[in-house]
Structure formats: C-alpha cells, structure tokens
Design a protein around this ligand. Sequence first.
Ligand code: NAG
Ligand code: NAG
Ligand code: NAG
Ligand code: NAG
Ligand code: NAG
Ligand code: NAG
Ligand code: NAG
Length: 380
Amino acid sequence: MMRLALAIVALCALQSRAAVPAAGQGVCQSNVDCSAAGVCHEGTCQCETGYTGEACQQLNNLTIPVNSGFRMDDYHIWGAQVVKVNETYHMFASAYNASLNFFQNWLYDAIIVRATATHPLGPFTFQNVVLDQIPGRWDKNPMNPKIVRAADGTFLLFYTGDADDQGLQRVGMAYSATVDGNFTRVPHPVLEPAPPGAWDSRITTNCAVTVRPDGGLLMVYKASCCAEPASQTQVCLGVAGIDDWRQFNFSRLSPDPIIPCPANSFNFEDPSVYYDPNSDYYHLIIKDEYGTVTHDGYSGAHFISPDGIHYNVTTPALSYWTSHVWSDGRTRRMNKQERPEVLLDEHGSPLVAYFATDTELDGSQNKTWNMAIPLNPSLL
Ligand SMILES: *[C@@H]1O[C@H](CO)[C@@H](O)[C@H](O)[C@H]1NC(C)=O
Ligand SMILES: *[C@@H]1O[C@H](CO)[C@@H](O)[C@H](O)[C@H]1NC(C)=O
Ligand SMILES: *[C@@H]1O[C@H](CO)[C@@H](O)[C@H](O)[C@H]1NC(C)=O
Ligand SMILES: *[C@@H]1O[C@H](CO)[C@@H](O)[C@H](O)[C@H]1NC(C)=O
Ligand SMILES: *[C@@H]1O[C@H](CO)[C@@H](O)[C@H](O)[C@H]1NC(C)=O
Ligand SMILES: *[C@@H]1O[C@H](CO)[C@@H](O)[C@H](O)[C@H]1NC(C)=O
Ligand SMILES: *[C@@H]1O[C@H](CO)[C@@H](O)[C@H](O)[C@H]1NC(C)=O
C-alpha cells in the first residue's frame, strides 16, 4: 500500500500537480484501497455511510446516547447480535447470573435471552429466555449467540455450546420460523473440531455467520489446537460454509487459518462477518487483543475478502477503539470491550456496532452489559 501510494504520488506529480492529494488525506487507486467500504474518487476515499477514516477502515464511531444498550438487573449480559423484524429490533444476547463472577463463570453459567427495542440503539428490554441450560448435554451452557435470517426467512441462531467443567466448546445451531418462537436445537454440533493434528482440532467456538449472495451461509469461527496437552495453543480463525442450512453440517472452506497465526499465538477472536452488497466484498471486524495489526493496543481490526475465504487486512487496520464520547459530554475508556457485532441497514451499510463491556458509565466494573455505538448520523 505504501509503495503503491508513493508510486501514485510520483505518477500524479508527473501528470498534474493539482491531482496530488494532500499529505495525510489518504491515497487510493481503487475501491479496495478504501477497504471495500467506499469509493476511490480522484485518489481520495469517499466512505459509504457507516465508515470513516482515511481508507474508510474505521466504523463511524459517533456520540453514544447514555440511555442506550442492554442491561438486566440480575444478569451479566455479554455480547449480542440484532435482527430487525418489521419495526422491532430483536437482540439475542448471552446472560449469566449476576451474583457470580462473570470472568470466572462465563463458560459454566450461560443462557441466551432475547430483548427488544423500537430503536436500534435501544434501550433494549428483556423478553424471554431463548436457550436455557440443559444438564447432561454437550451444549448445556449456550452462549455467544449470532442470529441470521436464512434466504427462506427462517431465523437461525448460532451459538457456542459447552458441557460443564470440560471447556470443550462446539458451534451449535437452533432454528425457528418466527423470531419470538421456540428455537429448535440441532442435537449435534454443526461444526465439529477437525481430526487430530489440525490447527482446529481442540475446540470450535465463537462463530459469526452471514448469508452469501447465493443463499448459502458463510461462517468464520475461532478454534484452537490441540486436545493434548489439555491447554489450548495457537488460537486462530477459520472459515466454513453450508449451501442449505437444513444440512446441519458446515464444511471447512480452507484447511488453514484465514489470518496468519503463528504457533503459540492468541492474537484475534470475536469475529463479526457480513457480506456487503455495495462492494460485493465480505467484511470481517475482529478484536485485535494486543494490537498485532492495528498497532494500537487492545482494539479492533478490519479485514476484507472478495470470496469470504481469502482475507487481507485493511490499511490502516483499525476498525474500532475503546474510548468513546457520550451524549453527556464525557469521554470514557472501556476496560473490556469485546464481541463486536455490526447491524446493517436496508442498504447493506453499517448502522450500529454492538459490544459487550464490563465498564459502567459511573466507571464501576461490577456487572457486564451490551453497549450500542451509532454508526449512521441519521440515528441521532
Ligand atoms: C411482520 O409484518 C408482516 C406483514 O404485516 C406480518 O405478516 C408478520 O406477522 C409480522 N411479523 C412479526 C414478527 O410481527
Ligand atoms: C444466582 O446464583 C446465586 C448464588 O449461587 C443463587 O443463589 C441464585 O439462585 C442464582 N440465580 C439464578 C437466577 O440462577
Ligand atoms: C413454545 O413451547 C411452549 C412449551 O412447549 C409452548 O407452550 C408454546 O406454545 C410454544 N410457543 C410457540 C410460539 O410455538
Ligand atoms: C459433516 O460434513 C463432513 C465434511 O463435509 C463429513 O465428513 C461428516 O461426515 C458430516 N457429518 C455429518 C454428521 O453429516
Ligand atoms: C491481498 O492483497 C494482495 C496485495 O495487494 C493482492 O495481491 C491479493 O490479491 C489480495 N488478496 C485478496 C484475497 O484480496
Ligand atoms: C472516534 O474514534 C477516534 C479515533 O479513535 C477518536 O479520536 C474520536 O474521539 C472518536 N469519536 C467519538 C465520538 O467517540
Ligand atoms: C463495584 O465496583 C467498584 C469499583 O469497581 C467497587 O469499589 C465496589 O466495591 C463494587 N461494588 C460491588 C457491590 O461489588
């Protein structure tokens, strides 16, 4: 990108001095240089609604209304995806007993709940328990929900299932004809770990799913190696797909991690993936735990892909940060800000980014909740 940028500047300098963009304004040659999230116009990126930054790489972090997001009195809330049905926004979220320590019990205490709001920023109100604990099953504790609407209108709820005291997470799936109906759980995981020796042979977890233009589904998942020794090493992200959700069994689309993943590394997790009809690209927004590609510490990165399988990081890489301006005029830095999920509007442009956080507006860190960041100025 840098070499390309210099080449363009040199070329422009030869042809027309007026065409040279000002330093720091960003230099693009194609829409891909604008993170497939904007249009390259005379060497400068013009961002689609919902994105900002010199290369449209950043989710457009606007001022957050203090009265937004989703909290429950007796539960820690941790991460969500939202689906709009008619004029109502339905949030599917993980919930945990608030009298237990969330960071010690998140693997053993989960249920999935639904909450609704008439505005996409909320505040959301609890409606019902969607997936409860079922003792004895591989997915006793269902968590980390992702909700997508299949091409035939069926609501598909993906989640991480975990049996007690084993830590052996698997990707699960449930389905319902209506958003507020009873979700039927598929009895087996829909993406099992790969055979011994593979990078993803220990667990499959924390998936994100989007509907492909052909009506099939694309899944990005987190996995790790190996079953022995019993501690996970090399935590990476993979990609899988399914042509028809009724097959209940995703196939790997690549044997390798989709982002370079050195031995013993744990750099990225919590994917949000969506197909962008405006650019015909897939976007992957993901937590960059140590700032490996953003070079900005605990933050979020942006990757793009023309086929959902092969990804490149955007330049710059930063998709979100953890410090925000709120409607009371204060700037707050979240201690934890995880599980990004992007809600698109009816044009396929980012509308809201949801995150799990442990930090309350008064600075306390006793109870987790979901925050909602507006990406489109029309929301405010
Ligand atoms: C949404 O609106 C359609 C058309 O009015 C109606 O048939 C459907 O039942 C509504 N869905 C929900 C979940 O309210
Ligand atoms: C939450 O945990 C406490 C302490 O173990 C227990 O007394 C209470 O019944 C639990 N609440 C729910 C809703 O499970
Ligand atoms: C959901 O299941 C419960 C218990 O089996 C049943 O009473 C209820 O009618 C069901 N609701 C729907 C919308 O199917
Ligand atoms: C799921 O798919 C994989 C590969 O596509 C296949 O090896 C496996 O047998 C299938 N499992 C079931 C339960 O259909
Ligand atoms: C990633 O970027 C390289 C260098 O610009 C390019 O050659 C390659 O085609 C890109 N890959 C994808 C999947 O877009
Ligand atoms: C948006 O993010 C940028 C870069 O991290 C930051 O400087 C700015 O204050 C943020 N704006 C709001 C409204 O949070
Ligand atoms: C809430 O958090 C604050 C600071 O994080 C701490 O001082 C306080 O003891 C906590 N309160 C409860 C009830 O845990």
